[in-house]
Design a protein around this ligand. Structure first.
Ligand SMILES: *Cc1c(COP(=O)(O)O)cnc(C)c1O
Length: 453
């Protein structure tokens, strides 16, 4: 076995990591993860970590699922690859499309397959623009998104996203994509109540539509709750007001459920959780629990009928759209979620326990707010609980906390000074206790370091 130092050296020499400062990483040395089982990871030095992020929000059914390995292996022996272009298809992709249509909201019965969440949002951009062309409204092309949204890292994905650091690299966004305020009450709500702020944030959509002219606006894209932005859950007034505005101006809703889909909120899709009727849903991540890359777009009948009946050739697709081995992984993943009643279990047992246990951390002197729904949550680290003032961002308090978590055997991610958690859906109550205990130790260590900073 290659030793850690050699692996780190080769990694630094030959491998540019996603969203990484390569220079700093080379100095620090990367962490080499070697194996995983259930909700735990082991690094190459044998350290055991509780994976509080389900990989990257994706390993919903946990690691080590032999039945997914077997399903993929069997499919690869029979038909490892074939495309679905040129009048062809194959059973796994057909079965998966039908399976997802059955799980999706009732008005959505069609799927377009992609290889990732980013590709799903590229597909969305082309599909909504094509839809409005076919409806005889060729000016309805602009897509409205939100600041601090995450919709992937391809050119369309990064443009649709609202991350300023991403826009700076690559001269983004591309034309006809604009951004409005995000519903981040804790950071931007000032002295408004969450309900007042939710309405205000939603009404910025109406203002933008009126500014652009409703005949120029194709769609609004949003995550049901922002994930990578910091697990930002809109106030209760937000989504009902957005729904009203979208209906009034006939603007399509693209709901990016790459994180929230496949059980994260205790519903199969967050569209159910927030009572939304999207026109398009982006999926990826939990679709295969990350075992094989795959994404897709679930399409409402209103849009699918137009694309199917009037488009002629829809000149869009990917070599790996509906890849048979990925489809086999997705089908077995969904089978596990159903057989083990994991989504119901999240809704009725684990999420209420997780959220209640997590709220106990709100008493900690470093913690300004704990928020979450289902099995996803955020912990805001602040200097002053009353004013919500943060520590000087140069300190990197969130990064300290993340590193202390690792020392205590827990993977939590930091977005600035917001700690975020999204464990595998199969986490047990005992394991929730373990997660909270470890998080508390890390918070204590971080607080000590803040006091002496
Ligand atoms: C991860 C993510 C994406 C991008 O998915 P990739 O598979 O990394 O391309 C898009 N939208 C949301 C909400 C995501 O969390």
């Amino acid at each position: 076995m290659t030793d850690l130092k050699t692996l780190q050296r080769d990694d630094a020499a030959h491998f540019i990591h996603p969203f990484t400062d390569s220079k700093t990483l080379a100095e620090k040395g990367t962490r080499v993860i070697e194996r995983a089982d259930g909700i735990y990871l082991w690094d190459i030095q044998g350290n055991k970590l509780l994976d509080g992020m389900a990989g990257l929000w994706c390993v919903n059914v946990g690691y080590g699922r032999q039945s997914i390995v077997d399903a993929v292996s069997k499919q690869m022996q029979q038909l490892p690859y074939y495309n679905s272009f040129f009048q062809c298809t194959h059973p796994p992709a057909i079965t998966l499309a039908k399976t997802i249509a059955d799980l999706a909201p009732a008005h959505m019965n069609t799927v377009f397959f992609t290889g990732s969440g980013s590709e799903s949002n590229d597909t969305n951009l082309r599909m909504v623009r094509r839809y409005w062309d076919l409806k005889g409204q060729p000016n309805k092309k602009t897509i409205i998104s939100r600041e601090n949204a995450y919709h992937g890292s391809t050119v369309a994905g990064a443009s649709l996203g609202g991350m300023s650091g991403m826009h700076e690299q690559g001269d983004l966004p591309i034309p006809k994509i604009v951004h409005i305020a995000q519903p981040y009450w804790y950071q931007e709500g000032a002295d408004l109540s969450p309900e007042e702020f939710g309405l205000k944030a939603a009404r910025s959509l109406e203002e933008k539509i009126l500014e652009l002219g409703e005949d120029n606006v194709a769609a609004f894209i949003a995550e049901p709750f922002q994930g990578a932005g910091g697990v930002i859950i809109p106030p209760s007034t937000y989504w009902p007001e957005i729904k009203r505005i979208l209906a009034k101006y006939d603007v399509l809703l693209i709901l990016d459920e790459v994180i929230s889909g496949f059980g994260r909120t205790g519903c199969w899709f967050a569209a159910e959780y927030f009572d939304l009727q999207p026109d398009l849903i982006s999926i990826a991540k939990g679709m295969t629990s990350g075992y094989i890359p795959m994404g897709g777009v679930i399409i409402a009948d209103r849009v699918a009928d137009v694309i199917k009946q009037q488009c002629g050739e829809f000149t869009h697709g990917y070599t790996y759209s509906g890849h048979p081995a990925a489809a086999a992984a997705a089908l077995e993943n969904i089978n596990i979620l159903k057989q083990e009643k994991i989504v119901e279990q999240v809704a009725n047992e684990i999420a209420p326990y997780f959220q209640q246990r997590l709220r106990t951390l709100a008493e900690h002197p470093l913690v300004g707010e704990v928020r979450g729904i289902g099995l996803v949550a955020a912990i805001e680290l602040v200097q002053d609980k009353a004013t919500r003032a943060r520590y000087n961002s140069d300190l990197g308090v969130g990064t300290w906390c993340r590193d202390f978590c690792i020392q205590h055997g827990l993977v939590m991610r930091s977005v600035g000074d917001t700690m975020i958690i999204s464990p595998p859906l199969v986490i047990t109550k005992t394991q929730v206790d373990e997660l909270i205990d470890k998080a508390l130790l890390a918070l204590n260590d971080t607080y000590q370091q803040c006091l002496s900073a």
